[in-house]
Design a binder for this molecule. Structure first.
Ligand SMILES: [Zn+2]
Length: 223
């Protein structure tokens, strides 16, 4: 149930509106009828509103449950990388397993230990302990900058371990700087990470999942 609420909450934020059953099925890798029967249960508990053909949305109670699970997930990810030496490509699956099995006391201690981090290793915002809806403004994807702009990576919205390992190996991670070198009409973008000598080519699908912010730094200072 927690996984469903989390999935609906995240999809709802991304879609800016009600969520389709088929999208939930894709997200959770289950069959649509499975989703339908779970939605019925969630609606009975007043955790979602679900009208036929109208899609589904979380109720305020459902939203609190979702935010709590997201808080667990992201704090666990931060803890696993910072204290236990996990790689950022490994923590998502591990946190998925642990997030339902830890107490509020454990999570609060963990937050204190980490000095109340605001974001997880992927740059995703961590909900506060009072579970206010997370400030989740839509960022600017790498693909939406222009050639020669220098940006600082803020968030990588991709959980594919292979992609995350590739990005890190090529100097692309929240906090790193890159300069946009070329955007081709056939769906590739090449960037120059400031920590690497060589440029890196990324498919636009991946570049779309990387959010960044422009820096004041003049791109001419880049080697
Ligand atoms: Zn994360």
């Amino acid at each position: 149930m927690e996984d469903y609420l989390k999935a609906i909450y995240v999809l709802q934020a991304a879609a800016d509106g009600n969520v389709k059953t088929s999208d939930i099925a894709t997200q959770l890798d289950v069959k649509p009828p499975t989703v339908t029967s779970m939605l019925k249960k969630l609606a009975e508990k007043n955790l979602v509103n679900h009208e036929a053909y109208q899609g589904v949305e979380v109720t305020p109670t459902g939203e609190s449950v979702a935010l709590e699970v997201i808080r667990h997930h992201r704090l666990l990810e931060a803890y696993l990388t910072e204290e236990l030496g996990y790689d950022w490509s490994e923590v998502h699956d591990e946190a998925d397993r642990l997030e339902h099995h830890v107490s509020e006391t454990f999570i609060d201690r963990l937050a204190t230990r980490l000095d109340e981090p605001q974001v997880d290793p992927h740059g995703d915002p961590i909900p506060s302990t009072d579970l206010d809806p997370v400030e989740d403004p839509s960022g600017t994807a790498l693909i939406d900058f222009s050639v020669d702009e220098t940006v600082i990576i803020q968030r990588v919205r991709n959980q594919d371990p292979e992609i995350l390992r590739y990005l890190e190996a090529n100097g692309i991670k929240p906090g790193t700087r890159v300069t946009i070198k070329e955007i081709t009409p056939i769906g590739m973008i090449s960037v120059q990470p400031h920590s690497c000598e060589t440029t890196v080519s990324l498919p636009t699908s991946v570049a779309r999942s990387i959010w960044a912010q422009q820096t004041d730094e003049a791109s001419t200072s880049v080697p």
